[in-house]
Design a protein around this ligand. Structure first.
Ligand SMILES: [Cu+2]
Length: 170
């Protein structure tokens, strides 16, 4: 019995020693990962989809809203049809906020999924251009100006808006 408990104590000591060693190595690895953040300019490809989230119900379940939504094409509130079904929808960029570093070469691949036509502008970077449904447009530019720039669609105001954020290099 004395031998068995001696072995057990020995195993426990080894286990504690291994735990200390592995804890030590985990701590060391975490410390080494900290300075790895880099803002070196790179080429980035960002995919943006032009979409139209939609919700519908029936007046038997939920009454049709009495308050109109803002005009401009970005919102639609379709009144109840013969069966009482009504629909609310909006247009949006997905994603609507994109973040890059100053000096990056940015390639945006924008796909028209919902809506027949969009007229997109990125403030201070890209003049207005058209995207039709089913069309994939690639826009490339050098992110040389820092700041927050509005990305918008003139066909779907005021809802279809987003931002390009260009972070200064540290
Ligand atoms: Cu649009």
């Amino acid at each position: 019995m004395a031998n068995v408990s001696g072995i057990a104590v020995g195993i426990a000591i080894v286990a504690i020693a291994l735990a200390v060693v592995s804890f030590g190595s985990v701590t060391q690895t975490t410390t080494l990962q900290l300075p790895s953040v880099s803002s070196e300019p790179i080429e980035r490809t960002i995919y943006i989809n032009l979409i139209e989230p939609k919700g519908s119900t029936n007046i038997e379940k939920e009454p049709f809203p009495t308050k109109a939504l803002p005009e401009g094409g970005g919102y639609e509130l379709k009144p109840p049809d013969e069966s009482g079904r009504w629909v609310v929808e909006t247009y949006t960029f997905s994603p609507s906020i994109i973040v890059v570093n100053q000096g990056d070469t940015v390639n945006i691949k924008m796909l028209g999924i919902n809506g027949a036509l969009h007229k997109i502008t990125i403030e201070n970077y890209i003049n207005e251009f058209d995207i039709h449904r089913g069309e994939l447009k690639e826009i490339s530019f050098l992110a040389d100006k820092t700041g927050t720039f509005k990305m918008s669609c003139d066909v779907h105001r005021p809802a279809m808006e987003g931002y390009l954020m260009v972070l200064p290099n540290a």
